[in-house]
Design a protein around this ligand. Structure first.
Ligand SMILES: Nc1ncnc2c1ncn2[C@@H]1O[C@H](COP(=O)(O)OP(=O)(O)OP(=O)(O)O)[C@@H](O)[C@H]1O
Ligand SMILES: [Mg+2]
Length: 1002
């Protein structure tokens, strides 16, 4: 078998590969009688022997690892009695089993040395709880070994035994050997000590050093043995024999909770019932868990997730980061990120994965993947369709909603889903809005939506009708608190502690956990001498005088930390709820990795999947811990530290829009306004794109203020234009001022892009206000500037505004001329979507001109452009409207079929309703009166229910007209309803037609 140099294991089966290199000096300094050739080390690795072997380490790294040595004894005696081949077979067998245990606990085999094996935990990757894993592996190996020894005894009449030594410490980790070699190993005193521990270990035992002991003492019962002397060390080294695991709670991974889940039986039963129901295909419910910080919302989510997994129900989770202002769709992005597996990959690759994920979750929905690109911030901005969509935020959000809802529909049709929307109190408004829409799906499909929130106001009201059930999490009773403490301690809970928890924690699980930890830190709780349980010291507990709030207790815990850990925690708090080890190192704590491990062992932080490639990411276990640690950090140092965070992030993720809000936030806190500004503008852009309500578009507002304060004119103009746009959409009076001011600044700077983009917006303001003359002159000016600066797209927009203005004046010829000019430009840009939308304008103009042939031509041409499914649906339906007038009924009916098809796929209900009504009209025209009326009636009914005013008007008018000669009462009813509607809307055009139909009836 051909293997790359340095590979010691078969890539297929993971078994060690025989190596033919000559035996190297024994690394542990002792010569054995025999060795198994198959496991001769490639090179040796400890400091002692490095000099002899002449190997060099390359690409070194200092890191903390846990080293495990295991040595099989009885080997010499056996090899004297047996044939070397049999010896080899027995040893191979033993090592195969031992290796499986080591790798099972996440360890890596460093090498086999004769009858010994050396394994590493924490290199090449740290798993966060490496010492614990190593000790468990040691115990497991002894277990396996004793079983094997039994077997051998039976078969051959003699057994084997093993010693295990484990030590944790700093080592140099790097590449060994010459140019061709690629073997990684470790060197350092910690390795020597591990080897010494193994020699000193009792047969069948696991001996650990002091550093390891510190990490694992709450998890295992340990016995201190006689200290040992180690070569090169003046002091005696303390050693501990591992007796076994402390009666341990069911505890999962490093990120899993430390305490068993207690006291939420009713809530869980209710949710489990809902899971079972959707599993059977029933519709889901929307449950909002509303409870105070630390009462267990996140924990409920975790438990429900396990429950769902057990029922083979898929789960999805959308979460929000609490720090600063996030991007408008951050929670949704987070959901897709995780579901599609986008962590740390480039936008191009991410788009690819999103498509694969959509194909997998909801094939044939027709939901345009570009909407999902938008949610995850990886949209391809060179795509004209993407640009076009971003130009009309209202439409953008509407279509985005449709796409997400459609996708969710289709997905839940294939399989039941539990969707967690976590921490709504941190969700930006647009994300909440999207969620309220998604919630509708739960009423009709097997979708169980579980939202969590603190009892505080949300960015927008989570509409009461959007939730079926509000669940609160009450306080835990004494029994539950005791069970919880039992989980944390892993042994029986002293009575005094339980009493304390009941009186002090208020039944809040987070508070209770913190209190237990604080009692350990202050010595009020300590392990019994035999390490089998805990001793409660009432006097010390009294003396510790722990505060009565969660914040206070957290503070006490932080105060009790060793200086370095406390400092690392404070710097992490500056970075945010999540942070990176590399960042903390860059902030001056070069030994951060150790401290972070300790903090993680203390359950203050935990590792998480990193959003930055190659960086180890952590998160505070609870927001309270971050807040308290942040408050502790000296104010005067905060400024400098925020700057470090900003610079570090800027260097790594400056181009990633996801990080723009965070970077700007840190620069602002670092009092570096100028540096914050570009990032602020970017996150402001996101807010505008997502149409964040004006009073929440804090970044837009800040961008205006800061650019004004700095006299940064180009940024000022840009941000004013953005605010103007938002104000316009929100019907705010200040829109005009903002846009004019942006326009003036742009003119002064001679920046045609700003002039054109602000101008087009301003003409829109005037048009909407009915000031057609102003709209026209502004669009005209914009057109000139856009032409001079060759902003071709803006040129078409200006022409379109001019066309629309002319049309509303009834100047159809002029409108037609403007549209034609716009079409020419769009053609030269070969921008099909733009062409498609302009042709739609043209078609509508022709309809108004009652040039039905022309209208039909335009709509048909527009359909040939690469239009989106939603535009396609509208175009088919409009084309049918023209054809009905042309009495081309069969073709009209075909187009209506196509419209309904497309609209159903994308969930565009309004088009379905409109098409139903038009089908009614078409049938009536074809003489199929009964069928026609029944279509009209059902279309009207749907339109009423959904408040689709335009189709409703059209339907009522059409029904009124048919009924005129058949059922006067029905005709009157329909036309009167239509008249009221039209009057309410001030729709003169429709009113005129309704009056005409009513004439002679009343
Ligand atoms: N029922 C429970 N049984 C055991 N432990 C629990 C229970 N509920 C919560 N905990 C523990 O209490 C701590 C706080 O809970 P959690 O983080 O779920 O609170 P939360 O309500 O989400 O708070 P926040 O509003 O701050 O997000 C966690 O360590 C969690 O594991
Ligand atoms: Mg929580």
């Amino acid at each position: 078998m051909e293997l790359p140099a340095g590979f010691k294991f078969c890539g297929g089966c993971g078994k060690p590969i025989a190596d033919s290199a000559p035996p190297a000096p024994d690394p542990v300094g002792e010569t054995r009688a025999t060795r198994t050739p198959a496991r001769t080390p490639i090179v040796s690795m400890t400091g002692e022997t490095q000099a002899h072997s002449g190997t060099r380490l390359g690409a070194d790294e200092r890191r903390t690892v846990t080293i495990l040595f295991a040595d099989i004894s009885g080997f010499t005696a056996m090899s004297e009695k047996l044939d070397p081949e049999v010896v080899q077979e027995i040893m191979d067998h033993a090592f195969e089993r031992l290796t499986a245990v080591i790798t099972g606990y996440g360890g890596t085999i460093d090498k086999y040395i004769g009858d010994a094996v050396m394994a590493l935990f924490g290199a090449p990757v740290a798993l966060g709880d490496d010492p614990e894993r190593a000790v468990r592996a040691g115990l497991g190996m002894q277990q396996v070994m004793s079983e094997y020894a039994e077997e051998l005894k039976r078969l051959r009449g003699f057994g084997l035994a093993m010693r295990v030594g484990v030590n944790t410490g700093k080592v140099i980790w790097g590449r060994v050997g010459g140019a061709g070699e690629k073997t990684f190993t470790v060197m350092g005193d910690a390795v020597n000590l591990a080897s010494r521990l193994e020699h000193a270990a009792p047969l069948g035992g696991v001996l650990i050093g002091e550093a390891t002991q510190r990490h694992v003492r709450t998890r295992f019962s340990l016995e201190a043995l006689e200290p040992i002397q180690v070569k090169g060390k003046a002091d005696l080294q303390r050693v501990y024999s591992v007796l076994g695991e402390v009666a341990a709670p069911a505890r999962a991974t490093m990120m899993g909770p430390k305490s068993p889940f207690v006291g939420r039986d009713e809530e869980m039963a209710e949710i489990t019932a809902a899971i079972v129901a959707i599993r059977k295909g029933a519709a889901g419910v929307v449950t909002t868990i509303e409870a105070t910080p630390g009462s267990g919302k996140s924990r409920m989510v975790l438990e429900v997730r396990h429950e769902a997994e057990e029922h083979d129900v898929k789960t999805l989770a959308a979460r929000s980061a609490p720090f600063g202002h996030g991007s408008p769709f951050a929670p949704w992005g987070d959901m897709i990120d995780r579901a599609a597996g986008l962590a740390g990959i480039a936008p191009g690759a991410a788009r690819h994965k999103i498509r694969a994920w959509l194909e997998e979750t909801a094939p044939e929905t027709g939901a345009d993947p570009r909407w999902f690109d938008e949610l995850t911030n990886v949209a391809d901005t060179s795509d004209p369709e993407v640009q076009r969509r971003r130009e009309s935020p209202a439409q953008f959000r509407q279509n985005l909603r449709e796409a997400v809802v459609t996708w969710l529909w289709a997905y839940t049709k294939r399989r039941p889903i539990v969707f967690f929307a976590e921490d709504l109190h941190w969700w930006p408004a647009p994300s909440l809005e999207l969620l309220a829409n998604a919630a509708q799906v739960a009423r009709k499909a097997p979708l169980l939506l579980i939202a969590t929130r603190r009892p505080v106001p949300l960015a927008i009201d989570w509409p009461p009708e959007a939730t079926d059930r509000v669940m609160s999490l009450g306080s835990l009773d004494e029994g539950a608190l005791q069970a919880l403490a039992h989980g944390v301690l892993g042994a029986e809970v002293p009575k005094g502690l339980v009493k304390r928890l009941v009186t002090s924690s208020g039944g809040n699980p987070f508070f209770a956990e913190e209190l237990v930890q604080a009692f350990i830190d202050t010595g009020a709780l300590r392990t019994s001498p035999d390490r089998s349980g805990w001793i409660w010291d009432e006097a010390k507990a009294e003396h510790a005088n722990l505060p009565t709030t969660v914040e206070g207790v957290t503070q006490a815990r932080i105060d009790a930390l060793p200086v370095r850990e406390r400092h690392v925690l404070q710097m992490a708090a500056v970075a945010g709820r999540t942070f990176w080890q590399g960042l903390i190192e860059a902030m001056g704590e070069t030994e951060a990795s150790d401290a972070l491990r300790q903090l993680s062992a203390r359950d203050l932080v935990h590792g998480r999947r990193s959003r930055l490639a190659g960086e180890i990411e952590y998160a505070f276990k609870h927001a309270t811990i971050q807040t308290v640690a942040y408050e502790n950090h000296l104010k005067r140092e905060r400024v400098a530290d925020h700057r470090r965070v900003a610079e570090w992030l800027e260097a790594r993720a400056g181009a990633d829009p996801e990080f723009a809000p965070t970077i700007s936030e840190h620069y602002l806190r670092a009092e570096e306004k100028a540096k914050a500004l570009p990032y602020l503008l970017r996150s402001a852009e996101e807010q505008v794109r997502a149409l964040v309500p004006l009073d929440q578009a804090s970044d837009v507002e800040l961008a205006v203020q800061i650019s004004e304060a700095l006299g940064e004119d180009p940024s000022r103009a840009k941000s004013l234009r953005m605010r103007g746009r938002l104000r316009r959409i929100n019907g705010h009076k200040g829109a005009e001022d903002d846009l004019r001011s942006a326009l003036e600044t742009g003119t002064r700077l001679d920046d045609s892009e700003i002039i054109a983009s602000a101008g087009i917006e301003l003409s829109g303001v005037y048009y909407e206000r009915g000031e057609l003359a102003l709209a026209e002159t502004t669009a005209q000016k914009t057109l000139t500037v856009a032409r001079q600066g060759s902003h071709r797209r803006i040129e078409t927009f200006a022409l379109r505004v001019l066309g629309i203005v002319a049309k509303s004046r009834g100047d159809y010829d002029s409108a037609s001329a403007k549209y034609s000019a716009a079409l020419l430009v769009a053609e030269s840009l070969s921008d099909q979507p733009l062409l498609g939308s302009l042709l739609t304008n043209v078609g509508n103009l022709r309809l108004a001109m009652e040039d039905f042939k022309g209208a039909a031509d335009s709509f048909a041409r527009a359909l040939e452009m690469n239009v989106s499914p939603e535009n396609g649906a509208i175009l088919h339906s409009n084309l049918a409207a023209a054809e009905i007038e042309l009495a081309e009924i069969p073709s009209a009916l075909k187009n209506l079929d196509a419209a309904v098809d497309l609209a159903t796929k994308i969930g565009k209900i309004i088009v379905v309703v409109e098409a139903t009504i038009r089908r009614g009209t078409a049938l009536v025209r074809a003489g199929k009166i009964e069928g026609g009326i029944s279509h009209l009636e059902s279309g009207i009914q749907m339109a009423r229910e959904r408040h689709f005013v335009e189709p409703l008007l059209e339907g009522l008018l059409s029904l009124g007209r048919v009924q005129r000669d058949r059922d006067v009462k029905a005709a009157l009813a329909a036309l009167t309803e239509a008249k009221d509607l039209a009057q309410n809307r001030g729709d003169v055009n429709s009113l005129r037609r309704i009056e005409a139909a009513l004439a002679g009836l009343e």
